[in-house]
Write a protein that binds this ligand. Sequence first.
Ligand code: BTN
Length: 265
Amino acid sequence: MTREPVPEDVRAAIERAGARLGAFSGRLLWFRSVPSTNDLALRLAAAGAEEGTVVAADAQTMGRGRLGRRWSSPPDAGIYASAVFRPHAGAASLMTIAAGAAISEGIEAAAGLRTLLKWPNDVYAGSRKLAGILAEAGTTGSSIEYTVLGFGINLMPAAYPPDVATRATSIEAELGRTVDRGLVLAECLAALAARYADLRDGRTGAIITSWRRRAAATFGRRIEWQAPGGLREGIVEDIDDRGALVVRSAGERCSIISGEVRWTP
Ligand code: BTN
């Protein structure tokens, strides 16, 4: 696991993005292959790495997804990156929603591809997943010291395991043309910087509005989720101003604040 120079295509795109990268300019650490960029970023954050530090790799050997799943990370087929944040107490709760909106915005800005957000921050094209985000926090007592946001974006079709292959897509598969990975990474970091500034400065309405616009096609869909009392079913209505999913279930409205929901036919 040796640090390498930032590849030229990425360096050029990062340089072009300039001031839009905010804290993310000039703190990109690149690796050919790591077990998990989130693990490395968490270690660096615990050792004091500054906000805006980004760890990225051409491949991961132990990429991690939400809820203990694996994230398939074949070499040169995707973006695997993790960014360190040091959010103030009020900002932490909307980080996952802000990150979902930002990655969807970054993909659209770089490649012109409109994606769909599935609560809380899975990025889809139609019914196939194109990108995922893993947010992990380091805490002292009850206060959050740092948050690492890791994002995996499928850039091109790859040799995914069969169970992933049937559920995944990539930017290039959707568009039928090649895309500039440096531009995708730079635009995602620029969008993360902008949405994080919104969070810091209290413009949470702008974040919710962007997320809602990108998830609107999921409103009205039937879902199921694991509630403390067992499996429940409902219809997605919206998200509220805390980023919780608002669902109509058994004649009443309820909010889901964490976990995962599944679309059902
Ligand atoms: C999910 O949808 O389950 C979240 C996937 C997150 C994958 C990214 S790839 C970069 C970073 N490093 C990891 O080990 N995971 C995240």
